[in-house]
Ligand binder design. Structure first.
Ligand SMILES: [Zn+2]
Length: 187
């Protein structure tokens, strides 16, 4: 499936749990990082075909990446285990989405580099199919719903001011200014 659809899947799932902004950002990364192996496109079609759905879509790589992400996501050792499990689930959600929505016959080499066992779906939807468009639309609608209800967007940590504008909450800079103003009046 397309990268933006994977990013939104991580965002929507992360909002079903009581997480912190940095943890939610890492959820989006966990749902998307397997597509890093698509970077082979820079070295030509052959490299792309050879490595995409192989190097970063394998469970050994996915497990290591999720463990590293859990360490980055949370300073609390207690939270790292459950968060790591959530990241691993999101990594697998990525594989499921690719299995159904990346075009027929494109294998996922699940145990690479230890085995060449391949997950292949000959009935998978084309990348530009209506099913993929519908999946993206549903996730986008859920993202809008989260913005309205929880007043946050996937930009909350990377672009806090834009996030604040989008959901009409005071920006962090404005809040700091406001607090400083109140404190100076109290003196
Ligand atoms: Zn993928």
């Amino acid at each position: 499936m397309h990268v933006p659809t994977h990013i939104l899947s991580g965002w929507v799932v992360s909002n079903a749990f009581p997480l912190r902004p940095r943890e939610r950002l890492c959820c989006m990364i966990a749902a998307t990082f397997p597509d890093l192996d698509g970077i082979g496109i820079l070295f030509g079609q052959d490299a792309y075909q050879r490595w995409h759905h192989v190097a970063c879509h394998s469970v050994p790589f996915g497990s290591m990446a999720c463990a590293a992400l859990a360490v980055i996501a949370s300073r609390s050792a207690k939270r790292r285990w459950p968060i790591g499990v959530l990241f691993l689930a999101l990594f697998h959600l990525h594989l499921v989405m690719d299995y159904f929505g990346s075009g027929p016959g494109w294998p996922i080499v699940y145990f690479w580099p230890f085995s060449n066992f391949r997950l292949v779906n000959w009935q998978a939807w084309e990348l530009n199919s209506w099913q993929n468009t519908l999946s993206a639309a549903v996730l986008l609608a859920a993202t809008v719903g989260i913005a309205v209800r929880l007043r946050r967007t996937p930009l909350e940590l990377l672009m806090p001011s834009l996030d604040a504008q989008l959901v009409r909450k005071p920006s962090p800079a404005k809040s700091a200014e406001f607090l400083a103003d109140i404190r100076s009046r109290r003196r």
